[in-house]
Design a protein around this ligand. Structure first.
Ligand code: GDP
Length: 194
């Protein structure tokens, strides 16, 4: 079967709420602290090694980066979430962009929170969970780098995240050995088909 994410392409980055595109179609937000493995996961999802490079470009880290999977279905990358290296005013702009986006966006159907399976639920992850819960947005915990832990630890971490959050799904993936991407694609298509 053809990978439905194969043609995913970068559209544009947005820094201010007034520049958000029309609120239509379906949008799923990708968040995670820096180094969680989100870019690698986006590349593996689409089977395109260069796709997420854009979200790593300095200056783009305080944007919401829009990727189109297909017409009417977008993935939005938040490269700078919890990333405090930009100037104060840019961070403020970015915080208000995110707040505005969560409060008003009808297209927003769900959030994926990428967390290194070895240390999930860091304060910044809990902040994102709180944001989702306060706006009643479904979120999925994506536990990355599963190749780094034993089956036993993997099961324990999944159990921990299940106990401590209201995530609608918990998916464990490895961009190294490509495990879990079938499930991740299914979960993402579930938002599209809602
Ligand atoms: P991002 O900052 O969340 O976009 O994280 P990256 O995708 O850039 O990954 C951060 C680091 O973790 C890089 O050195 C990656 O090579 C590594 N990494 C990402 N995914 C995996 C994985 O599934 N397994 C292993 N072993 N390393 C990974």
């Amino acid at each position: 079967m053809k990978n439905p994410f194969k043609n995913t392409a970068f559209l544009f980055g947005v820094t201010k709420a007034k520049n958000l595109p029309n609120d239509c179609g379906i949008e799923v937000l990708l968040s995670g602290r820096s180094n969680a493995g989100k870019s690698s996961a986006l590349n593996s999802l689409a089977d395109n090694k260069k796709l997420a490079r854009i979200s790593k470009t300095p200056g783009r880290t305080t944007e919401i980066n829009f990727f189109e999977v297909e017409e009417g279905y977008k993935l939005l990358d938040l490269p700078g979430y919890g990333f405090a290296k930009s100037g104060q005013s840019r961070i403020k702009d970015w915080g208000s962009l995110l707040g505005e986006y969560f409060a008003n966006r009808k297209a927003l159907k769900g959030v994926l929170i990428f967390m290194d399976i070895r240390h999930p639920l860091k304060p910044i992850d809990l902040e994102m969970i709180k944001l989702c819960e306060s706006f009643d947005i479904d979120y999925v915990a994506v536990l990355t780098k599963s190749d780094k832990v034993s089956k036993n630890i993997e099961a324990k971490k999944i159990h921990q995240v299940s106990n401590e959050t209201n995530a609608i799904e918990i998916v464990s993936i490895s961009s190294l050995n490509k495990k879990g991407f079938g499930t991740l694609r299914k979960v993402l298509l579930g938002f599209r088909n809602e």
